[in-house]
Write a protein that binds this ligand. Structure first.
Ligand code: 2AM
Ligand code: CA
Ligand code: CA
Ligand code: CA
Length: 260
């Protein structure tokens, strides 16, 4: 449909505009706050970037709804119509401490179905994106569909902070020994982008929010990857969820492993 072509052009322009402001903002002091705990950071740039996208979307698409991490969007309780799910800075800790390895993540749904997704590495100016049924791309280059994988040869994205209880240790430590390797990048969007391009074979995370996975899910699924919660159930786009995103077959193996 023509609308997605037009939306795609607009999003790509807004990402470039946002990049310019974010890169400039790195030259002056950031205004840093904490949210749910001392390590859960938010800055003026997270808020300003979300406000920029909300302003643009409201101006160009007044009937679309928006869910944004920093709360400048709409309060919604269903997915009817067109809904933009936005994380203005994914990997805020990386943004603050490393000034790199942070992404803008956008997923756009129509009546609950993911239509287009964008994961933008702001510093590298690299865009991973997909349009449902039309393929997934790294900048202008089409990404090949994901091939099957298996646990013993897999590199998985995993945050060690997830091992917060004896029960979690019993679940995840054997898995971390059985896979070929594990990596923790500190940005869910980056880990989804790495699964999409095969740099990671799977990504496991506990307690993510829709803005952490909306864009990435659309891209990984377009490539034949599978995205569910850790029990293998479909993810609800309005609620927090654990996430298991992986190549086909490897996803099944990981699900069986985590259930056994
Ligand atoms: P954020 O940077 O947008 O907050 C690693 O921390 C990943 O988990 C990031 O994608 C981060 O997104 C996300 N995340 C979700 N909830 C978080 C929390 N309470 N504290 C820190 N990161 C969180
Ligand atoms: Ca956050
Ligand atoms: Ca996030
Ligand atoms: Ca964020």
């Amino acid at each position: 449909m023509a609308i997605w072509h037009e939306v795609d052009k607009a999003v790509k322009q807004w990402l470039k505009d946002a990049r310019k402001s974010i890169v400039e903002s790195l030259e002056s002091a950031l205004d840093i706050d904490t949210k749910s705990n001392a390590n859960d950071l938010v800055t003026n740039v997270d808020k300003e970037t979300e406000q920029f996208f909300v302003k643009q979307i409201k101006e160009h698409y007044p009937h679309h709804k928006i869910v944004g991490e920093e709360g400048f969007g709409d309060k919604i309780d269903d997915l009817k119509g067109i809904v933009w799910i936005i994380d203005p800075i994914d990997g805020t800790m990386n943004f603050v401490h490393q000034k790199r390895n942070f992404y803008i993540s956008i997923g756009i749904l129509e009546d609950g179905i993911g239509r287009v997704g964008y994961l933008y590495d702001v510093i590298l100016d690299e865009l991973y994106w997909a349009s449902k049924g039309k393929g997934a791309f790294f900048n202008e280059e089409m990404i090949s569909p994901l091939e099957e994988g298996n646990i013993n040869e897999a590199i998985i994205g995993f945050n060690p902070a997830s091992i917060h209880s004896e029960q979690a240790a019993q679940t995840f430590i054997p898995l971390l020994k059985d896979v070929r390797g594990a990596r923790s990048y500190g940005s869910a969007a980056m880990e989804f982008a790495y699964v999409a391009t095969g740099r990671l074979d799977a990504y496991i995370s506990l307690g993510l929010s829709p803005w952490d996975f909306a864009g990435g899910k659309i891209i990984v699924e377009e490539l034949g990857g599978v995205v569910t919660d850790l029990q293998g159930n479909p993810v609800n786009m309005l609620e927090k969820s654990s996430i298991l995103a992986a190549r086909p077959e490897l996803h099944k193996q990981l699900c069986d492993y985590l259930q056994s």
